[in-house]
Design a protein. Structure first.
Length: 289
């Protein structure tokens, strides 16, 4: 797992932080899954390369993924490390394919017409990662799949709200056009990073949609799986706190600095999540007032 662990360490992401709470074998398996996600996402986002070249790069990963599932020898180092994880934890190939479909959407789509369109994107790039992750975490109750889907959508919508300005610099607007029309927000205002009253109302509406998915995740998590889902619960706690911070700033994400949690805040949430799980608390750190 040398290559995968190197990618995970360099990322300094919230997801990578959550792995610390896992036993070593599962932590290493998650590093392999994360490295796959990071590598294919980076291909799609590398805008200095032509779209056709990036599409060919993703096709190479699809081909190598097939080798991994067919017990052949993958050519890409990350997939060579991920291959035993795939078979040990019986990871569904259709979820990897859906993830690749999701990152490939960024090659062609810069606007989403409806919430339904955006939810499909969120499912592919986030929920399917959750569905893969819960197998590595060791879920018991099939209802945990709904938990993974809901939490994935909540996390992705939080990311979208936090990254509006970053995406605008790339010419992308993930907020659905039906919402822009509903709140009289012009695309050019978002692309110019204007924090208008109309935008605040739009962002608050999408924020409430994200909160609904957090609440659905809270309700869907089976009690017998709460301990095994500790890393996912930490992710929910971190992103819930991030959503609250964006809201506290009147949804203004157009400043010079990306809104983040500090390392001490993340460590505090990690300790709090661990304590709640160990103590058997049924109330997570997200999805409620």
């Amino acid at each position: 797992m040398q290559q995968s662990q190197s990618i995970t360490r360099k990322s300094a992401s919230n997801l990578a932080l959550a792995f610390i709470l896992l036993p070593k074998p599962r932590r290493e398996a998650m590093a392999g899954l994360y490295a796959f996600c990071r590598e294919v996402d980076d291909i799609a986002d590398e805008e200095t390369r032509p779209v056709a070249e990036r599409r060919a790069g993703l096709a190479e990963w699809r081909t190598d993924l097939r080798r991994a599932y067919n017990h052949e020898s993958p050519q890409l180092p990350v997939l060579r490390e991920l291959q035993p994880v795939i078979h040990t934890y019986q990871l569904d190939r259709e979820n990897f394919e859906a993830l690749l479909d999701g990152v490939e959407m960024d090659l062609d789509i810069t606007r989403y017409q409806t919430h339904q369109d955006l939810e499909l994107y969120c499912y592919r790039v986030a929920s399917v990662v959750g569905l893969l992750s819960i197998r590595i975490f060791g879920f018991k109750n099939p209802a945990c799949r709904d938990y993974a889907v809901f939490l994935g959508k909540a996390l992705q919508l939080t990311n979208i709200l936090r990254d509006v300005a970053v995406d605008a610099q790339r010419g992308r607007i993930y907020l659905p056009r039906e919402d822009l029309a509903r709140f009289s927000v012009r695309e050019e205002d978002i692309l110019a990073c204007r924090h208008t009253p109309e935008y605040r109302a739009l962002a608050a509406s999408v924020g409430e949609r994200a909160r609904r998915f957090y609440r659905l995740a809270l309700e869907a998590l089976p009690p017998e799986d709460r301990r095994s889902m500790i890393a996912a619960e930490l992710m929910g706690s971190v992103y819930w706190r991030l959503l609250n911070r964006v809201e506290a700033q009147s949804w203004n994400v157009f400043g010079p600095r990306l809104i983040r949690l500090t390392k001490p805040q993340k460590l505090w949430l990690m300790a709090r999540t661990w304590r709640r799980v160990v103590m058997g608390s049924t109330t997570p750190n997200y999805g409620h007032a």
